[in-house]
Write a new protein. Structure first.
Length: 295
């Protein structure tokens, strides 16, 4: 069962006349004027930096030196594993959170939404520091485990790559909940009632009626979280292992070293290229671009 789609209705006659007058006021070039600000924005803040990176990467054999850098090549599989695991857990927990918001009483749903928005608005650096304090060898997590008799030695989680996973899921959760919840709001309640009347159990309704119609929001959220995780810098760099950096951490370290600008630029270009290829494949296989507007 697919998500409902509404046919695009033609503009009524008054709206068409108003649109015609608007185009006439701009001398027939109103669309060009409307497109100018976003096109200038994209050119200055996206294309110019990418072109500059490619120019820098072409200097001093940047690309060949990047491929010869074992620290960089070793970070690639770690980064993909991180992105895949974070995406999987964020999708699972985010979908459960969105479903809970949909079935909860109104006041509880409002509290859950406010908590989610507060999490979304809180500084990433503040949240990462919070996880850092939690992971300290004798921090709050150790105190809680020690109080219930589960741990009597200091924790050794901080500055390990495992520490990045829960923190990254925590950071990415809103990017899953909001698209999935938006898809839930488009769900036709009559279909759920019909399934109940026909004797379907809650799990069967969830699997056969609800989840298929969340596909658009889940696909959009999954692709977004995976792409963001590939290039995430702050949380893995502050919580993860100093000797097992992710791709973004390696690039950041190279930019801070003298004579390594071309190598860092080449690594950046390669990361952007991988993200573009991944999105193109996801769009080809799942039709992600068709779902962005529905989620």
């Amino acid at each position: 069962m697919s998500v409902r789609s509404h046919p695009v209705q033609p503009l009524p006659a008054p709206a068409r006349r108003a649109s015609s007058r608007l185009r006439g006021a701009f001398g027939g070039s109103g669309v060009v004027w409307l497109l100018a600000p976003p096109l200038v924005f994209l050119f200055l803040l996206l294309f110019v930096p990418v072109i500059y990176l490619i120019f820098e990467a072409s200097k001093e054999s940047g690309f060949s030196r990047a491929f010869e850098d074992t620290v960089f090549t070793d970070s690639i599989p770690r980064t993909f594993v991180l992105a895949a695991i974070v995406t999987a857990f964020a999708m699972l927990l985010g979908t459960i959170y969105a479903l809970a918001m949909a079935v909860a009483p109104r006041w509880i749903a409002v509290v859950m939404l406010v908590a989610l928005i507060t999490l979304f608005w809180t500084s990433l650096l503040v949240r990462t520091y919070g996880w850092m304090i939690l992971y300290f060898p004798r921090g709050p997590l150790f105190d809680a485990l020690n109080a219930v008799g589960l741990r009597d030695r200091p924790l050794d989680i901080y500055q390990t790559n495992f520490a990045s996973y829960p923190a990254m899921v925590h950071v990415m959760l809103p990017f899953v909940v909001l698209p999935v919840y938006a898809s839930l709001l488009q769900l036709d309640p009559l279909q759920v009632r019909a399934a109940r009347v026909l004797g379907a159990k809650p799990f069967l309704i969830l699997r056969s009626v609800v989840l298929p119609q969340l596909r658009a929001g889940m696909l959009a959220a999954g692709v977004l979280v995976f792409i963001m995780s590939l290039g995430f810098y702050v949380t893995p760099e502050m919580l993860g292992s100093p000797t097992g950096s992710m791709v973004a951490g390696v690039i950041g370290g190279k930019f801070n070293l003298p004579g390594q600008t071309s190598v860092a630029a080449a690594m950046s270009v390669l990361l952007v290229l991988v993200i573009v290829i991944f999105y193109a494949i996801a769009d080809r296989v799942f039709g992600v671009s068709k779902h962005w507007g529905r989620s």
